[in-house]
Design a protein around this ligand. Structure first.
Ligand SMILES: CC(C)(COP(=O)(O)OP(=O)(O)OC[C@H]1O[C@@H](n2cnc3c(N)ncnc32)[C@H](O)[C@@H]1OP(=O)(O)O)[C@@H](O)C(=O)NCCC(=O)NCCS
Length: 241
């Protein structure tokens, strides 16, 4: 058998040549996908829009987009190919999106997400997004509310340190392992410790990080409870995912 050479994931600008693959991911990821021409319009006509893709060899394995509005980066779309999830592609895209936002003078990033979309919420929380409001019945397919999530100032120390840490962790990850079927081998994932489990005597770095993450999640849950209900529709969002 011929060994496959290692191929790194590269984040790159989205071009019109990527649109067929992007649309495929869009359809497998969202209950109300954008029509194919919407992305073309974004790329060709919307000067505020910036779209990126994650490439693995000649495949598109994820994409993300943002509108840069004065000092705000509004994330308009975000998805990873289903068979490539939990491999760090989402994180790579988000690092690239936030780097681009900072480079273009944005001071915060915002987005809307379904409360039921735990994978996306966990990803955004990992990057320091916090719930700041709720748009009631925002999603038209099932009338689900949207959580509005925003970062701390992007150039502030806490966000910069967080992004640097996550970038470092991504760089230290082993290459994505490709199975005989040509798809990534699923990575084992840490199982969340039960909330409030008794602490052991040992206080390793991993345990401290785990506790900090649990505390952050508890804080997030409380924020969702307290979040103001913002009736005015978003001035920028056009996504109904
Ligand atoms: C949300 C989404 C983009 C994540 O992409 P991904 O490539 O799987 O993300 P990553 O592998 O980089 O995961 C990064 C972190 O996100 C969180 N996460 C991702 N998937 C998760 C899941 N299924 N359960 C819990 N946490 C999850 C974890 O914190 C994870 O870090 P870890 O692997 O160290 O635990 C992907 O699930 C997706 O495309 N979903 C459908 C489209 C969608 O919902 N987009 C968001 C619209 S707002």
């Amino acid at each position: 058998m011929v060994a496959r050479p290692p191929v790194a994931v590269v984040v790159d600008r989205m071009t019109v040549d990527d649109l067929a693959a992007v649309h495929e991911i869009e359809r497998e990821s969202f209950s109300t996908p954008w029509p194919a021409h919407a992305y073309r319009q974004e790329l060709e006509q919307n000067k505020l829009a910036h779209y990126i893709v994650a490439r693995y060899g000649d495949q598109i394995v994820g994409f993300a987009g943002t509108w840069l509005l004065v000092d705000e980066a509004h994330v308009t779309t975000f998805a990873t190919r289903a068979t490539w999830r939990r491999q760090g592609i989402g994180e790579r895209l988000l690092v690239a999106l936030l780097d681009m936002a900072v480079a273009r003078g944005a001071n915060e990033a915002t987005l809307e997400v379904r409360p039921s979309n735990m994978p996306a919420r966990r990803l955004y929380e990992k990057f320091g997004f916090k719930v700041v409001g709720v748009r009631p019945r925002y999603y038209t397919d099932n009338n689900e509310d949207a959580l509005i999530m925003t970062t701390d100032p992007l150039e502030g120390r806490p966000m910069q340190e967080r992004i640097a840490r996550l970038r470092g962790e991504l760089a230290a990850r082993p290459d994505i392992e490709i199975g005989p079927d040509g798809l990534p081998v699923p990575r084992p994932h840490r199982i969340d410790a039960a909330e409030g489990s008794p602490e052991t005597g040992a206080d390793s770095e991993a345990e401290r990080a785990e506790r900090a993450e649990r505390a952050e999640r508890a804080e997030q849950a409380e924020r969702v409870e307290r979040a103001p209900r913002i009736i005015r529709p978003s001035s920028v969002s056009r996504r109904s995912h």
